[in-house]
Design a protein around this ligand. Sequence first.
Ligand code: PGA
Length: 253
Amino acid sequence: MRRPMVAGNWKMHGSEAANGALLSELELRLQPEWPIDVVVFPPFVYLAEVARRLRGTSIAIGAQDVCAEPGGAFTGEVAATMLKDVGCAQVIVGHSERRRWYHEDDALVARKFGAALSGDLTPVLCIGETLEEREANRTEEVVARQLGAVLAMHGVAAFERAIVAYEPVWAIGTGRNASPEQAQAVHDFVRRRLAEQDARIAAATRILYGGSVKASNAGELFAMPDVDGGLVGGASLVADEFYEICAAAAARH
Ligand code: PGA
């Protein structure tokens, strides 16, 4: 009932040449009839070009971040309406690298989530605990707080058009993914939190897993009942890997 999704977060990687080569391979290999959503998230400067290139294909495009403000004197920032204007459908908010290196707190992430919705973009809300927090048994407390900040500001109805990505910080870029059982436990927890406010919306909300997803573990992760696909970093830059991950998502149901 929830359409699986695979998101490729390119992070600060790529070039016109490298993007072109990657997309050529993906366009050739990904099957448009697969019952999944595939979305790539290039750096800002490549969005317009990649969007033009992907027009008419089954691959959608999103941005990795957005300004919380709708527009104006905010040097260096990019507004949601601009992302929409160049062809974006989605935007990642609250990625752990933004939270960690750029000190984005829950309140700012919640405002960015709202800015995305106001700009007619689907927010992909990233939540997840650090290793220290997991070892202190605080995983549920942390993801509840991160999710709660968005629920408090926008209400559960906002999740009619939002995607959640559970990304344990200790699993991002480390090669050490959460086990399928660990991922499932947190996804189930997140869904139950949403269900406390609206069971129908909770059942329909896609919850992606992110953190060292690769071809060799995608199948077992996506086999979990509440893992609706993946937010993929490193492996999304390698056409073979990304293709296999998409195939695993397509085989989910
Ligand atoms: P990774 O990154 O797949 O390279 O671990 C995932 C992410 O940060 O979205």
